[in-house]
Design a binder for this molecule. Structure first.
Ligand code: SER
Length: 316
């Protein structure tokens, strides 16, 4: 099989687990991991790794050519909360990295591109419940604006130049291996660490903030699933709505209390509350289910069990 994969942003929350999964599936030497910095030992030692600035076109092109890359997963991005602190940096990273990869695909140097979008493409004027695939989109964060713009460019490169680019709008992703960084949904990871460590948690969102979320195993399955689907089944060339569960901090607290009854939560909402309030509470992902067979596995309680089981060792 000719397939050779490049993961850009391999040391991030999703990149780390995607790298491990794809190396396991296709063979370590077929999956080149890259990031602006070196990663943990497991990632560095399990296959090829290159330090790479995703904004440097020549550097990305060199790696694509040297390793004869066919598929690129572009996972590097600045997320919503950090993006509000460094708007131009977020815009430049999120857009330039995408253009670099789309242009390499346009020139026929790679066959297929995965680029993640986000629930952040929606805004306060979007219907909040069961947000449809096609609806009002007026994002209010730099991150959301960059993702919505990116979706338009993905569709444009497909229609205009025939680029095979595939995308899903990730909800908040929860995992135990690598911490997320700079997102509005990060509390849903931190809460498990603090529950085990201190039996209490101070949450930066209020109790009622319901957001769409997903366990990492489901997110990886969706990512690889859309990349492996037949090209003709990928009817939406911008980005697919994707959903698994929706919950608020109170719901996670109740789920954790089933295992750690003494756990308590208090609330000190900060600037991230406004971002969260502009996002949907639940997502209609029927198009992804119809077109390429997406199915989620994990519910909140199943995820809580996995998270606590796997993190327990760290806090003994
Ligand atoms: N998890 C992201 C964030 O909170 C949303 O895509 O910014």
């Amino acid at each position: 099989m000719k397939k050779r994969i490049l993961i850009i942003g391999a040391c991030g929350q999703i990149g780390t687990e995607l790298t491990a999964f794809l190396r396991n599936k296709y063979g370590a030497h077929k999956v080149v991991a890259s990031d602006i910095r070196e990663g943990d030992d497991e990632l560095m030692e399990s296959g090829p790794f290159e330090v790479l600035d995703a904004m440097d076109y020549d550097a990305v092109q060199d790696i694509v050519i040297n390793y004869e890359i066919t598929d690129v997963y572009l996972m590097a991005a600045m997320l919503s909360a950090t993006g509000e602190k460094f708007p131009m940096k977020a815009w430049n990273l999120n857009m330039n990295s995408l253009f670099n990869v789309l242009n390499l695909a346009k020139e026929g140097k790679v066959d297929k591109v995965f680029w993640p979008s986000s629930i952040a493409v929606f805004g306060s004027t979007t219907p909040k419940q069961d947000t449809p695939q096609r609806t009002v989109m007026e994002p209010s964060t730099v991150y959301g604006i960059s993702k919505q713009t990116g979706e338009r460019w993905c569709e444009y490169y497909n229609k205009r130049f025939g680029v095979d680019v595939r995308s899903i709008r990730y909800p908040g992703i929860i995992s135990y291996k690598t911490l997320p960084g700079g997102g509005t949904t990060d509390y849903a990871v931190d809460i498990y660490h603090k529950a085990l460590k201190h039996k209490k948690y101070i949450c930066f969102l209020n109790a009622e903030t319901t957001l769409p979320m997903m366990y990492m195993e489901d997110a990886i399955r969706a990512t690889v699933g859309i990349m492996e689907a037949d090209e003709k089944d990928i009817k939406i060339k911008s980005s697919y709505n994707l959903s698994a569960m929706s919950f608020n901090p109170e719901d996670v607290t109740a789920s954790i209390k089933k295992h750690i009854p003494e756990f308590t939560i208090s609330y000190e909402p900060d600037f991230r509350q406004e971002i969260a309030d502009s996002w949907p509470s639940s997502i209609d992902d029927s198009k992804a289910r119809e077109d390429w067979g997406w199915q989620h596995k994990y519910s909140l309680d199943e995820m809580t069990e996995e998270m606590l089981k796997n993190l327990k060792g760290e806090y003994k």
